[in-house]
Design a protein around this ligand. Structure first.
Ligand code: ADP
Length: 268
């Protein structure tokens, strides 16, 4: 069970049935064990990623309200040493941010080499919320796909590895989770009336997401659609993709200085 990069020539429909995996899913105990194993591997890989220092990793999470962005970040990115990882959440831009180009606040949060940057929402809101709620004219947002691709290509050319995950929940699952937000006192602080407005625009968001997947899933900065109705499956799939990404980098601890043993007698 693993994710495939989105192929723009074979776009996912983003219908409700794609919010669950097809085929065989391990039982919940087995899945837990496998996830725990990936979690351990991620922790080890992050240590050598940091020491190796040749790359940065940018992990982007997008998804509808209650699709599980916070939970995925907690469960999967919780494997990383907090010193080597920074999570940035992008909400409605401030007046100051709006005075700049839309990528300004994004670029500022891109991780430096050795670090992992996690985006909870991202520059893609500028072709999602902005498009669906008509916050700028189409002539402006429609040019952004190309600007985003150029921006990401520039980052990749400068050693930033990019992986982008769309957490895909079905309409029924979102309804349940939003209802839970209303009734559970530990969760209702998360509820915003705007969530319902966005839910009412489900199809418009689907179109906006499909356009992103079709135009911005590139070889170097691919999108993955994560079937996210089942939280354990979601976490497993994201963790697996990140493990595969990090393992493909041939990470190494830097070699010790040749004369390091000279210091051995000085350590008492
Ligand atoms: P969340 O809902 O992810 O827990 P917040 O309540 O802080 O977080 O804010 C997210 C809201 O900000 C979402 O409705 C999102 O669409 C909106 N948002 C994020 N980026 C932008 C943007 N560039 N322009 C307009 N709205 C944005």
């Amino acid at each position: 069970m693993h994710l495939e990069r989105v192929d723009p020539d074979n776009l996912p429909s983003l219908h409700d049935d794609e919010a669950t995996v097809t085929g065989k899913v391990p039982g919940s105990r087995k899945l837990r064990e496998r996830f725990d194993e990936l979690h351990d591997r991620l922790a080890k890989l992050q240590r050598v990623f940091y020491a190796d220092g040749r790359h940065a990793l940018l992990v982007v999470f997008q998804g509808r309200d209650a699709s599980g962005k916070d939970g995925t970040i907690r469960n999967v990115c919780g494997a990383f040493n907090p010193q080597g990882c920074r999570v940035t959440s992008f909400g409605v831009p401030s007046t100051h941010e709006l005075a700049h180009d839309f990528l300004w606040r994004i670029h500022n949060a891109v991780p430096p080499r050795a670090m992992i940057g996690v985006f909870n929402r991202s520059h893609y809101e500028d072709v999602l919320a902005v498009r669906v709620h008509e916050l700028v004219p189409e002539a402006i947002w429609s040019g952004r796909y190309q600007q985003i691709n150029a921006f990401e290509a520039g980052l990749v050319a400068n050693d930033v590895i990019i992986r982008k995950f769309f957490l895909h929940v079905s309409s029924d699952e979102q309804r349940e989770r939003l209802q839970e937000r209303l009734t559970n006192p530990e969760r209702n602080w998360k509820f915003r009336a705007g969530d319902l407005d966005d839910r009412a625009r489900w199809d418009e968001y689907t179109d906006a997401y499909r356009e992103i997947l079709g135009r911005c899933s590139t070889m170097d900065a691919p999108w993955f659609v994560v079937p996210a109705d089942d939280k354990r499956v979601r976490d497993y799939l994201v963790a697996r993709e990140l493990v595969d990404t990090l393992e493909s980098l041939d990470l190494r601890y830097p070699e010790a200085a040749p004369d390091i043993m000279r210091y051995a007698s000085l350590v008492d």
